[in-house]
Design a protein around this ligand. Structure first.
Ligand code: ADP
Ligand code: ASP
Ligand code: MG
Length: 407
């Protein structure tokens, strides 16, 4: 009989202290038998990555990307070494490997490197020796031997890429909730666990702010059709399958609600309403390395117009600077900004075949006295930019309005 291969990824909350690491070791060991090889990917313990970023911030105002990656990659090495020790304590041979030791080859984009290829030699050798492999997530190495990281939440990507490289039969993502819910269960206690969700919906939810899975990892899983099982490391309960397609996809219009509090808004006032203005503006913003999201341009009445757009909060200062420079060259008016905005989104593949979903969303927000500042749509999502202090109630309102609290 062909040997089964499973990849399990444990997030930071699942390995937050010695007791949790021991509990994870027990679970990992319980999967290892003569006919199954187990490869584990771990995140850094609890808030280690945030703590390291904060520490670097106390030492340098603008640390190099290279040294930042060298620093951040250490978090996963700690949990990886400790978990291998814990597994060994239970009497199972195991080996801890960093991303570089495995050969997780990436491009040179420090801080958000893309995985190009994973060498399976060392892993296959360890499996041959009967070992459980524990790999540090979130990290890789360039052709030049530089250490890189894969973007926040990147251990999900490590796991998916590893599952692809070693042709795993299953890729399990262990976290601190029992699966993917209709919305963040910490925000809305009535949220319901989904039995399955499509890659497209999960990708949309992750991109729009559901932190439970890293968006890029879903992109890769989708491309190679690697089904993911998101479940809890605290219980044996079955979780949520993320798959290519689900049955009865058209029955519900809205599958989930997400929110994102990490966006900010910039408005450039009184820009001349003429060809080339938007090109000049967004070219400058792109050159500054800032990702623009929702864009709204007002209808012009006096041959001048206002343009508003959102950027990640972390890029706001860079975005304002670039916009102010453009405003000067264009002879535009003031540049305004706000950090007090957030995005609330509804997501569902069923939207393709249901009408009136946007109207229902806007009506629900209106009934909740929530003002919509900007609107953005995709084929399977609708997002509204609203005031930051209204976002929690907006999520609850929409969750109810679309009947997601009911079976
Ligand atoms: P890990 O440490 O395992 O990587 P994360 O903190 O990255 O875990 O992701 C898990 C968290 O994602 C949950 O604790 C939950 O609060 C949040 N979350 C946001 N949206 C959802 C959702 N739709 N379903 C489940 N969890 C969600
Ligand atoms: N430790 C990294 C982070 O906090 C990667 C991960 O947890 O997936 O973003
Ligand atoms: Mg995560």
């Amino acid at each position: 009989m062909k040997k089964k291969i499973i990849v399990q990824k444990y997030g930071g909350s699942s390995v937050k202290d010695a007791d949790r690491i021991k509990a994870v070791a027990e679970r990992v060991a319980s999967y290892k038998n003569k006919n199954t090889d187990v490869a584990v990917v771990v995140s850094a313990m609890a808030d280690t990555t945030d703590d390291l970023i904060e520490l670097a911030g106390k030492i340098a105002s603008n640390p190099t990307d290279r040294e930042m990656d060298l620093l951040l990659a250490t978090g996963e090495q700690i949990s990886c070494a400790l978990l291998a020790m814990a597994v060994r304590e239970l009497g199972f041979p195991s080996v801890a490997l960093t991303g570089f030791q495995v050969g997780v080859r990436t491009n040179k984009e420090h801080g958000k490197a893309r995985v190009e290829q994973i060498d399976d030699k060392r892993l296959k050798q360890a499996f041959k020796e009967g070992k459980i492999v524990i790999m540090a997530g979130y990290q890789g190495i360039t052709a030049e031997g530089e250490i890189t990281t894969l973007g926040r939440g990147g251990s999900d990507l490590s796991a998916v890429a590893l599952a692809k490289a070693i042709k795993a039969d299953v890729c399990e993502i262990y976290t601190d909730v029992t699966g993917i819910y209709t919305t963040d269960p910490r925000m809305v206690p009535e949220a319901r666990k989904l039995k399955e969700i499509t890659f497209d919906e999960m990708l949309e939810m992750a991109s729009l702010g559901a932190q439970v899975m890293q968006a890029r990892s879903i992109e890769v899983a989708k491309r190679f059709n690697i089904p993911l099982h998101v479940r809890s490391s605290y219980s044996k309960e079955e979780g949520t399958m993320i798959v290519k397609s689900v049955k009865n996809i058209e029955e519900v219009a809205v599958t989930g609600i997400t929110s994102n509090k990490n966006e900010a808004k910039i408005t450039i006032c009184a820009v001349p309403d003429q060809p080339g203005v938007s090109a000049t503006l967004f070219n400058a913003i792109a050159k500054a390395g800032v990702n623009v999201d929702v864009i709204v341009q007002n209808v012009s009445q006096s041959r001048k117009t206002d343009i508003s757009f959102t950027v990640p909060k972390a890029d706001l200062v860079k975005g304002i600077k670039a916009t102010e420079e453009v405003a000067k060259t264009l002879g535009a008016g003031e540049v305004l900004h706000s950090r007090d905005i957030a995005r609330v989104s509804i997501v569902g593949s069923g939207m393709r075949s249901h009408q009136g979903i946007a109207a229902r969303m806007f009506a629900a927000l209106a009934a909740g006295k929530i003002n919509i500042e900007m609107i953005a749509t995709s084929e399977i999502s609708i997002s509204c930019i609203i005031a930051l202090d209204k976002v929690d109630s907006a999520v609850k309102t929409l969750h109810k309005a679309f009947g997601l609290d009911k079976k």
